[in-house]
Design a protein around this ligand. Structure first.
Ligand SMILES: *Cc1c(COP(=O)(O)O)cnc(C)c1O
Length: 411
């Protein structure tokens, strides 16, 4: 890489000074607030089963229980008595090594243990990344729609956020042109989420390469949220952004929360994929960490296969059913993660004001919740989680259909 390119990143990273905790700026509604609002609107007299299609954690459903290998690994770690002491702040060495080896399988180079930091879920990896990159006048580019935590956390630490669109008609790819128009000399990083939450899309090798090249041109660090890494359906493979760590510096954040279906275990990582050592100077739970090598190395392929088969089945019925419901359109069939984004056509629905109104009325009339798109940055869309027991999902889709038929425009 030529010196000129390195300079762009260095000059931005050099501006590191103490940042304040002020800036709890105005922010949109959070997922939790909206979920609370919708729950409050359920009809207590509705005797049908309550159906949650707005969650991001299917671990409560019998089909989505974790692998016994993971449970054994944790029990072994507890019983060994070796992990009762304090862990180093960066994580236990064997855990870091296991993550480095695990992620290196998909990379054209080998990660070292020093590139890996163990975190309290992917959430803390996001916190640390944003805090480490924050400077008094810095800004960060976030996808729209996106995962609202990035905005909430940025706002909390006083980091300015700007938004680039994901394009539904182009399989939710990044609007690369928008990156150029949004970036100025204070733009430090951009975030991508792959496989996508809320869009359920999976980026191709080719598109990720283009993102990396644009990041290089603009001097941006790419924060790649791969918490759904490898949770892909069908034939499109998952490509980690770290593959392009030689084009632009990449910070990968991830965890075992989603792929192993154990979000309560709070076990994640932050990984520096940066073959030119541009991020060299970035400053960054114990039983579970002790279990991580066994979890990553020994979980059997048939566990992942079974989960993927259920998700694939769920995604298929979800897409096929929703496609034929008047008032709803699905621009893109889900390829990964656990979600589908669908668009409301309000002209086909008589008495529905917007996505929030749709979701409140759905909660009232059908004893179920889905997430209004406005919470993830797209007004008048819905994010529907399909990771449920197939029978419950089918029932939920039937209720959405009945609801839309009941509210269909009469003219
Ligand atoms: C669930 C989720 C996280 C948080 O992961 P944890 O490991 O539970 O902290 C981060 N990013 C995205 C996109 C998620 O969906």
């Amino acid at each position: 890489m030529e010196d000129g390119d390195m300079k762009k990143w260095r000059s931005k990273l050099g501006k590191n000074e103490e940042t304040t905790n002020g800036g709890v700026a105005s922010r949109g509604v959070t997922v939790r607030e909206v979920r609370t609002l919708l729950m409050a609107n359920l009809n207590p007299n509705d005797e049908r089963e309550f159906l949650p299609l707005a969650h991001g954690d299917p671990s409560i459903f019998p089909s989505f229980c974790t692998s016994p290998v993971a449970v054994d690994a944790v029990l072994d770690a507890f019983r060994s008595g070796r992990f009762n002491c304090y862990a180093p702040a960066v994580g236990l060495l064997p855990a870091r090594k296991a993550v480095a080896e695990h992620l290196s399988h998909d990379l054209p180079y080998k990660l070292s243990t020093d590139d890996v930091f163990i975190t309290i879920g992917c959430t803390q990896a996001i916190d640390i990344t944003l805090s480490a990159l924050n400077r008094p006048t810095a800004n960060v580019l976030l996808p729209r729609p996106g995962y609202p935590y990035y905005e909430a956390r940025s706002s909390y630490i006083g980091l300015e956020t700007r938004y680039f669109d994901l394009l539904p008609e182009r399989e939710w790819e990044v609007d690369l042109h928008a990156l150029e128009t949004l970036t100025d000399s204070n733009t430090i990083a951009m975030v991508i989420i792959n496989p996508g939450n809320p869009c359920g899309n999976v980026y191709s090798y080719h598109h990720l390469q283009k993102v990396a090249e644009m990041a290089k041109k603009l001097g941006l660090i790419v924060i790649s949220d791969e918490v759904y890494g490898h949770l892909t359906l069908g034939s499109k493979p998952f490509v980690p952004m770290g593959v392009f760590g030689s084009i632009a510096p990449v910070i990968t954040v991830g965890s075992i929360s989603k792929r192993w279906l154990v979000p309560g275990w709070r076990l994640g990582w932050l990984v520096i994929n940066d073959t030119h050592a541009i991020l060299h100077n970035l400053g960054v739970q114990k039983q579970f960490q002790g279990a991580l090598p066994q979890i990553l190395e020994k979980t059997k392929g048939d566990f992942f296969l079974r989960i993927k088969e259920i998700l694939q089945y769920d995604a298929d019925i979800c897409y096929e059913k929703l496609k034929n419901i008047p008032g709803i359109s699905c621009p893109h069939k889900p390829e990964g993660a656990m979600f589908i984004m669908v668009k409301l056509n309000l002209t086909l629905l008589d008495d529905i004001l917007d996505d929030i109104d749709f979701c409140i009325k759905l909660a009232k009339e059908e004893n179920m919740i889905v997430l209004p798109g406005v919470t993830v940055g797209l007004k008048n869309w819905l994010r529907i989680t399909y990771a449920l027991e197939p029978s419950a999902l089918q029932e939920g889709l039937a209720r959405i259909q009945a609801f839309c038929q009941r509210h269909a425009a009469t003219n």
